[in-house]
Design a protein around this ligand. Structure first.
Ligand code: MN3
Length: 203
């Protein structure tokens, strides 16, 4: 059985950058629905139901055809949102320190250049999807966009940081102003959690 981890803060804790109302719908409705759909899809597949979500996303291409797309959509939806909520906090630092900062500079020269490229990538994503900072197999950092709930894990990458740019992530508060949502999201990143991902192997 899969479950949705508790939010690591109160629903109003990220205001004014992300409203309690957005979090209420996004976490309680969207996120929980991915999880319950995944459990439903796998209810007769006990082996997969007991596989860690990261492993399941890694082997998604090998899954039986009748469950594969459901796992891509709902397993991806579960994992991506777990990572999204964990990556935010109130009273956040403006930038990472230590290894993550060094690696970002190695790949993007300055932190500001990284932020600019990441933001541009998120702004130009057409339709529903996510923008990610990922680590490739040879250890480099890279910015990618994924469609729908596709997981970077299924592409052989380790997700380090991700922003949900589906309209459901911001529309109630920002309407069509995706740029404002992204600009404010940078103010609530939990860089300690994000840094730890870089240093920890994927489960
Ligand atoms: Mn979402």
């Amino acid at each position: 059985m899969f479950y949705v981890p508790p939010l690591p803060y109160e629903k109003n804790a990220l205001e004014p950058y992300l409203s309690a109302q957005v979090i209420e719908f996004h976490y309680e409705k969207h996120h929980h629905t991915y999880c319950s759909n995944l459990n439903k899809i796998l209810e007769n597949q006990p082996i997969y139901l007991n596989t860690p979500i990261e492993q399941l996303l890694k082997i998604v291409e090998t899954l039986p055809i009748e469950i594969k797309q459901g796992v891509i959509n709902n397993g991806g939806g579960l994992y991506n949102h777990n990572l999204y909520w964990e990556s935010m906090k109130p009273h956040a630092k403006p930038a990472p320190e230590g290894t993550l900062m060094e690696e970002i500079k190695k790949s993007f020269v300055t932190f500001e250049d990284f932020q600019k490229l990441f933001t541009e990538s998120a702004l130009k994503l057409f339709g529903s999807g996510w923008t990610w900072l990922v680590q490739t197999r040879n250890g480099d950092l890279k910015i990618i966009n994924t469609a729908n709930q596709d997981s970077p894990i299924s592409m052989g990458y380790k997700p380090i940081l991700g922003i949900d740019v589906w309209e459901h992530a911001y529309y109630l508060q920002y309407q069509n102003r995706r740029a404002d949502y992204i600009a404010n999201w940078w103010k609530i990143i939990n860089w300690d959690v994000v840094s730890k991902r870089l240093e920890t192997p994927l489960a």
